[in-house]
Ligand binder design. Sequence first.
Ligand code: ZN
Length: 309
Amino acid sequence: MTLPESIRFVERDWLSANHILFRDDDGATIVDTGYVKFAETTLARVDQALEAWNCPLVRIVNTHIHSDHIGGNLALQQSHPGASLAIPAAEEAMLQAWDLPEQMLSYADQHANRFAWDRTIEPGEHLRLGGETWEVIATPGHDMGSIVLYCQRRRILISADALWENGFGFVVPRAIDPKPLAAQRATFKRLTELDVALVIPGHGRMFTDFTGSLKRASEKLEAFAQDDMKIARNVVKGMFIYSMMWRGQLERSALTEYVGSVGVHRDYNALFFRMSDDAFADWLLAEALRADKVRVAGNFLYSTSNVTP
Ligand SMILES: [Zn+2]
């Protein structure tokens, strides 16, 4: 299934969320803007589309406020001052507070530039993008304020981190907060009501097996629901691997101090693992090595993930 001329999918990687670009009479829209470290790439990919379409960027939309979806916001606003920026209404308080642990920025050793927004988007609202009508659907869970966009006429779902081909964005353990897991379950239930032929996810390639992906994601969620420790391991491993992706490398001898200083590792270790910082650092590294996401050479750890520069 191919996208209409007025819609472009820009696949990035697991560090920067994918972009979706739309062309309308008044100009172009981008949904989600990647991670801050590679904002230059985001700008270049957007400019490519704007050149091909011969139109200005007029709108920036964020599905949620994690670092990999908002990282290019400020750079895009600066290089396209005519563009307005919209965030989900349910994210406004969190953005005003900026960098609360729930946003997983400095708390998880991630970064983003603070930015201003012009409007909020409410679930149930309909957006005109790429000549099509998109329903805004609330998909709390992975992020409690997250939205997805659904085009009934073309049967396309822009699913952000609510649903990937093989999974979904992390949810936090119930001991931290019981609401996200229950909300994610309700989100999957809500999504099953949709008639979808093509999913454009926040990470990974586009895919057509919507029913299969929902089934796999639901099974994964129910396995998590059985075991808070499994969730806790998933979160700290995911955050460590993510940090390694944007850092590229880390001194092996600095890892103990690192896990003691980064909020998510310090707090989750205290609450779930109850190891010394040394032992926790060793375990985390062993897990990342086992998953082939990190390699050791001399006194350095290197990320093995390919991120698009
Ligand atoms: Zn996310």
